[in-house]
Design a protein around this ligand. Structure first.
Ligand code: GNR
Ligand code: NI
Length: 172
């Protein structure tokens, strides 16, 4: 298991549309484990493979992370089957846009299907943080970041802040 560096905006790789996984094998399970390690190292609750530079449709999530428990989950080739008309506004952050938190409106509930780490097809009815986080991660698979939902002004302010923090980090 390895901790890999997380790409930050405006890295062009974050705009890539990731490719479906054709077979859930040991290489994919190794990717899942590396993603979980990298996510835990940064205290995130979710991570998409492209955030460590791998353009495959793989997500990991651990919503118990905040309570100090571990309940890792993997979602491979996830697909939204249904989304509610009702929406919710949740303040989101992203490991690829560090230290920026902004409200994002999304469908409140979704039904999704995905393959688990054993390659078994599952469906999930999600609401609350699971619904928000799944949608945030699935956006990464299509090259979309949460800041893409903000006004042009707010998005460019967020990008400038992230780049400035990176420059300061580089000289320190
Ligand atoms: O760690 C994360 N927290 C979070 C909080 C609210 C909405 C979405 C997220 S996902 C984020 C980790 C991340 O960047 N995943 O892509
Ligand atoms: Ni993110």
């Amino acid at each position: 298991m390895s901790i890999l560096p997380i790409l930050t905006a405006p890295d062009p790789r974050l705009k890539a549309v990731s490719e479906p996984v054709s077979r859930v094998d040991d290489e994919i399970r190794k990717l899942v484990d590396d993603m979980l390690d990298s996510m835990y190292a940064e205290e995130g609750i979710g991570l998409a493979a492209i955030q460590i530079g791998v353009p495959k449709r793989v997500l990991v999530m651990d919503l118990a992370q905040k309570e100090g428990r571990r309940a890792p989950q993997a979602f491979i080739n996830p697909r939204i089957l249904w989304a509610s008309d009702e929406t919710t506004v949740v303040q989101e952050g992203c490991l690829s846009v560090p230290d920026i938190w902004e409200d994002v409106e999304r469908p409140a509930r979704i039904t999704a299907e995905f393959l688990d780490r054993d390659g078994v097809l599952k469906t999930v009815d999600a609401d609350g943080l699971l619904s928000t986080c799944l949608q945030h991660e699935m956006d990464h698979l299509n090259g979309v970041l949460f800041i893409d939902y903000l006004s042009k002004l707010k998005r460019s302010m967020a990008l400038r802040k992230v780049q400035k923090a990176r420059r300061l980090e580089a000289v320190s």
